[in-house]
Write a protein that binds this ligand. Sequence first.
Ligand code: HEC
Length: 100
Amino acid sequence: MKTMLLAACVVALLVAAGPAQAAGDAAAGKAKSEQCAVCHGDHGEGVEAPPIAGKAEAELLQAMMEYKSGKRQDAAMKEVMSKLSDQDLADLAAHYAAMK
Ligand code: HEC
């Protein structure tokens, strides 16, 4: 019985801690998204750059990580991404994923 209780606690902890750490904060992302609007539009609809609104959060985050690391090559995106932290990227991904 004790083991069961312990297991339940561990699971509860993992559920509580996991997503809270990894997930982006859409509200924080909105505040950081002004610098993206020049190219991606006020609503992420794409102006000079591809539309990014409403895409899957994981997909957006991965794309941004790849520009940052240089795996995906684009001078404009590399420049923007290089000034942002991984948390910024997660927040921005959450923000644009939540947009329509
Ligand atoms: C100076 C213009 C410019 C700015 C500013 C800019 N981007 Fe981009 N972004 C681009 C271009 C151009 C591409 C497409 C590059 C390519 O062909 O790979 C792109 C691609 C992307 C992609 C991948 C889209 C896809 O469909 O694969 C994401 C995600 C993205 N940008 C997010 C952002 C975010 C978030 C910001 C703000 C922090 C931002 N960008 C700021 C020009 C810009």
